[in-house]
Design a protein around this ligand. Structure first.
Ligand SMILES: [Mg+2]
Length: 234
């Protein structure tokens, strides 16, 4: 196995940071001058379309959502709201304890590292400035590709950009978006991060996997032990 492809939210990010999303959306609603509850509903119901790029950039998204909520923000107000929204998104993607160190360790052991994230515009627009970016060789974003997990094209794209076959890849995720099922179907080896130390956040996953991988770890650090015991990573 030469490559490892990670899910992003709840896998590389602090799972409990997801609990900050509602407050972050409220701050954006306030900046846009729209009702918080209407904004939350409009954002959550548009999620499947936003993550495949149908709403465009963060600026375009917020303008469209504000109009759906009955407000047409001017350019200045929209600019402020975009900045507030990006600040909120940054809090929700705080790295989990140990995650960056694990990525560094894997890189020094010559693994190629990829990412497949079902995400909206915020992560793509901010990616290059994050601590994750220099550690991930091939990030694949649903927003940019126009497909969401478990679409096999996302997995094929990640493997191709890493210069490996899907059969040479581990796929590591917390089991949202039926991602493990998708990984298995293309021939990757799925690993579930159980997030057992974060009770209550599992229910925040979208479209959770029904397939349970044979390989399970509670914390991202345990991945190093799992890879070491697999005896085929030469
Ligand atoms: Mg996840």
């Amino acid at each position: 196995m030469r490559a490892i492809i990670f899910d992003f939210f709840g896998t590389l990010t602090d799972p409990s940071a997801e609990l900050l999303r509602k407050g972050a959306f409220q701050a954006t609603a306030d900046a846009l001058g729209v009702d918080r509850d209407r904004f939350w509903t409009a954002m959550t119901t548009s999620f499947p379309e936003r993550i495949v790029g149908a709403y465009g950039s963060t600026r375009d998204t917020l303008r469209t959502i504000a109009r759906q909520c009955g407000t047409d923000p001017g350019d200045e107000r929209l600019d402020r709201a975009v900045a507030v929204h990006h600040a909120g998104a940054e809090k929700v993607r705080t790295p989990r304890n140990g995650a960056l160190a694990v990525l560094d360790h894997l890189r020094t052991h010559n693994y190629r590292l990829g990412l497949i994230s079902d995400c909206s515009s915020e992560l793509c627009e901010a990616w290059s400035g994050t601590a994750y970016a220099p550690r991930i060789d091939a990030p694949v974003f649903s927003w940019r590709e126009g497909h969401r997990k478990p679409d096999p094209r996302l997995y094929a794209t990640a493997a191709a950009r890493l210069g490996v076959t899907p059969g040479e890849c581990w796929f590591v995720g917390d089991g949202g978006s039926r991602e493990h099922d998708g990984a298995l179907r293309v021939g990757m080896r799925p690993v579930l991060v159980t997030n057992a130390a974060y009770p209550g956040v599992g229910g925040l996953r979208t479209d959770p996997d029904t397939y349970l991988p044979d390989h399970r770890i509670d914390e991202i650090d345990d991945l190093i032990r799992l890879l070491g015991s697999s005896h085929d990573n030469g």
